[in-house]
Design a protein around this ligand. Structure first.
Ligand SMILES: Nc1ncnc2c1ncn2[C@@H]1O[C@H](COP(=O)(O)OP(=O)(O)OP(=O)(O)O)[C@@H](O)[C@H]1O
Ligand SMILES: [Mg+2]
Length: 246
């Protein structure tokens, strides 16, 4: 499933001014790519992700998914947001099966599937808990599982780990890479953290602002598993930082 973005423009009109959120964006994302959208606050990362997700409409240009225009949200694309977006009144298990039940699968099958996924990220003992009883890292893992259980082809993630402490953040990054390798999904991951982008992505889309635009796409060929302390890692991190600031 190739996602092609061609000459995409997006402005927001507020009562007093127009904001050019995205100007002339061209980008191709191949199936099974791990792509990070990296750039400073306000450069249009979330806007671009929402457009790819079909949650927002561009002013001009197009976004194609295997040649078909993206015009609305689809089960083929799962979303994980920055803020915890679990339903507070549902247990972990019910949060995960919620989308499956909407699709009318058998309740038993749905529960079985949800449990398998929860086990895969070490959350088997949290099924009966409510979101407020979980740590931030656990909540985000549930949010990821809730998306994955619907078997989307593409996972769209908007700074999902930014509220976590550094240890948890690193742990979830490693887990996400393992999930990506095992399930062969396309992942488009928004971050403003250079270290996170270099650790995760094969392709780093460097963005700039005023108006939001793509500066460059950097192919990160560091072998996996990646070691943050290696000379090569630090060199790419520095190089990415320079590109971002230039
Ligand atoms: N619904 C909206 N109405 C008006 N302006 C908006 C809206 N959404 C985004 N913008 C503006 O569009 C620009 C890009 O916003 P966006 O949220 O995509 O940036 P971002 O790169 O995700 O930033 P951050 O890293 O802070 O999340 C900003 O100038 C923002 O103020
Ligand atoms: Mg954002």
């Amino acid at each position: 499933m190739t996602i092609e973005i061609k000459n995409l423009n997006k402005t927001f009109k507020t009562h007093e001014k127009e904001v050019f959120a995205l100007r002339d964006v061209d980008l191709t994302i191949e199936t099974k790519d791990f792509v990070c959208l990296l750039g400073p606050s306000g450069c249009g990362k979330t806007t671009l992700l929402r457009l790819i997700g079909g949650l927002e409409e561009g002013d001009s240009g197009e976004i194609l998914d295997d040649g078909k225009p993206i015009v609305e949200p689809s089960n083929e694309r799962g979303f994980v947001f920055q803020q915890y977006s679990l339903f507070p009144w549902l247990t972990v298990l019910d949060n995960v099966t919620f989308g499956l039940d909407l699709k009318n699968g058998s309740k038993e099958e749905n529960i079985k599937r949800a449990k398998t996924y929860l086990r895969s990220v070490g959350l088997e003992n949290t099924e009966k808990l409510y979101p407020h009883e979980l740590s931030g890292g656990m909540k985000q893992r549930v949010a990821i599982i809730r998306s994955l259980v619907n078997k989307p082809k593409t996972l769209l993630m908007d700074e999902p780990f930014s509220a976590l402490d550094i240890q948890n953040r690193h742990k979830l990054q490693e887990q996400l890479v393992r999930i990506w390798q095992k399930t062969e999904k396309t992942i488009i991951f928004v971050t403003h953290d250079v270290d996170e982008a270099v650790f995760l992505a094969d392709h780093i889309v460097l963005m700039g602002k005023n108006p939001g635009h793509i500066k460059e796409v950097y192919n990160n060929k560091l072998p996996r598993p990646r070691n943050r302390n290696s000379k090569e890692f630090l060199a790419i991190q520095n190089h990415t930082m320079e590109l971002l600031e230039s």
